[in-house]
Design a protein around this ligand. Structure first.
Ligand code: CO
Length: 511
């Protein structure tokens, strides 16, 4: 029996329509989703929290409570970036503990906890907090390929996560390039050596995902992630119905009913129609080049966007060739938020300036110092020497350098909203500027319903016009609160949401 985790309410729409699905389009399907018999429903975390506040002017906590009320049977799951929670920097332990406790109270039953560097120290506090909350902790191994990411090394990480208190393990293939063979070997080895249930998360980008999920299931994975067909394929997960069909009989049967799934697919096809302007055809296409350059889909669209802004799209192949070199210099980090941005921006600088590391971004400096955690392999000695000439290395767990943050956030948020509770204080602690803007728009009567009545594409176009100039590669884009993530979902959103506007502006500039 293989379980299915349905991702349509989180990764599915994050991957295809830049995380823009509104709560009011989720709720009508909740009862049916809850009746299917999924192992779990991924509904929260990742970019959903930020996008709720920033673009949808929705309260993410309210969404969670509403979903839980309508889906009491199926365990609800979230994606948590370890010490980064759902943000882009390390938060102090007290904020991590509060956040996890509040999310569990709001309805999260399974926390998938990962760290971009696979550094267990960045996952320890979150896993401990999940344990204390009574929820299930899914310790995560970010899959990547390099001379140091060997089967024994992954198994060792699995054992460490089990010691930290993980109840199960996730193999997370965010780039969508894990082949069936290694997936099978990894599942087999982890089951044998660690003994915890194994869940496999992939993306369909390179076209391997259904094969990989099947191989993982045959090797004894407890569950695989899938998205209902309208929100599947391309940069999203493999289709739920396809996997259910493939594993219809015998030991691998999922127990899910294809007819019931068809009804859910019909509903979400209608939802996708509403978001058509946000859907870029390219994000749905199979891109086997990923098997060569291993750059995840979201990172690739950001690179294209950046290079277009620089009028340097003709250098894309050079940048794609530079990325593995920068990654090697930095000790082979897996490419996922925020390491994908750190490596990507530095590679762009190295190519466009014509001299490698003539400019070293602030993020790379912080990374080399150890502020993001322990790199998987030793760094390039010359780069290390140059960075450490100006600043001392950090050898402790990065979050040990942070003072408690929650009490101050609570005081500050209550100056804005006297009745603010812990959940609102956490929204503020994570994204102070975004929360202020969200509050101001709410106070001005811009409720989600009012905003939803505006055409999806138009809202995106105006926002992008305002922020267009701010997206040229500068350091400090990925970690500060105010200008967050021109390189993460925002960059992707800009590309997907207003492709026509970007292209038009580009054409105008060329004339
Ligand atoms: Co994913």
């Amino acid at each position: 029996m293989v379980g299915i985790t349905e991702t349509v309410l989180r990764d599915g729409h994050q991957s295809l329509i830049a995380t823009r699905m509104r709560t009011k389009f989720m709720l009508p399907a909740a009862e049916q989703l809850d009746a299917i018999g999924y192992r779990s429903l991924e509904v929260w975390g990742g970019a959903t929290f930020d996008v709720c506040l920033r673009f949808l002017h929705e309260d993410p906590w309210e969404r969670l409570r509403e979903l839980k009320r309508r889906m009491p049977r199926t365990p609800l799951q979230m994606l948590l970036r370890g010490q980064n929670l759902v943000g882009y920097r390390h938060y102090a332990d007290d904020v991590v503990e509060k956040f996890v406790a509040e999310a569990a109270r709001g309805g999260i039953d399974i926390f998938r906890v990962f760290d971009a560097l696979n550094d267990p120290r960045n996952m320890a506090t979150a896993i401990r907090a999940v344990q204390r909350s009574g929820a299930r902790a899914q310790g995560t191994i970010c899959y990547t390929e390099s001379p140091v990411h060997t089967l024994p090394a992954f198994v060792e990480l699995g054992k460490t996560l089990a010691e930290l208190g993980a109840d199960e393990l996730c193999i997370k293939d965010m780039g969508g390039f894990m082949p069936p063979g290694p997936a099978s070997q990894l599942v087999t080895a982890l089951r044998k050596e660690v003994g915890l249930p194994i869940v496999v998360h992939t993306h369909s980008s390179s076209g391997l995902s259904t094969l990989t999920c099947l191989a993982a299931a045959e090797a004894g994975a407890a569950a695989v992630d899938a998205a209902i067909s309208p929100f599947a394929g391309g940069t999203s997960q493999p289709p739920t119905e396809t996997l259910v069909g493939a594993m219809r009989e015998g030991a691998l049967a999922t127990g899910l009913d294809l007819n019931a799934l068809a009804e859910i697919a019909t509903y979400f096809r209608g939802v996708l129609d509403r978001y058509r302007p946000l859907l870029d055809l390219r994000s749905l296409q199979t891109d086997p080049a990923i098997l060569i350059h291993q750059v995840p889909g979201g990172m690739l669209s950001n690179l294209i966007s950046q290079l277009k802004d620089q009028e340097a799209i003709d250098r894309l192949q050079d940048v794609l060739a530079e990325i593995p070199r920068v990654r090697a210099d930095l000790g082979y980090p897996p490419l996922v938020t925020p390491t994908s941005q750190i490596v990507g921006i530095q590679a762009v600088f190295n190519v466009l300036t014509g001299q490698r590391y003539q400019t070293i971004t602030q993020e790379v400096r912080d990374y080399v110092r150890g502020l993001y955690g322990q790199a998987p392999a030793p760094l390039d000695p010359e780069l290390t020497r140059r960075v450490l000439a100006d600043a001392a290395p950090v050898t402790v767990r990065p979050a040990d350098l942070l003072e408690p943050e929650f009490a101050r956030a609570l005081v500050e948020v209550r100056a804005l909203v006297p009745a603010a509770d812990d959940a609102e204080a956490l929204s503020y602690a994570l994204f102070p500027q975004v929360y202020r803007a969200y509050r101001a728009s709410r106070d001005a009567g811009l409720t989600p319903d009012v905003l939803a009545s505006a055409a999806v594409g138009i809202v995106g176009a105006f926002r992008d016009r305002a922020t267009h100039r701010a997206t040229t590669p500068t350091s400090r884009t990925a970690t500060s609160d105010s200008g967050v993530s021109a390189w993460a979902h925002e960059g992707r959103a800009r590309l997907q949401g207003s492709r026509r506007w970007v292209d038009a502006a580009h054409a105008r500039a060329r004339r």
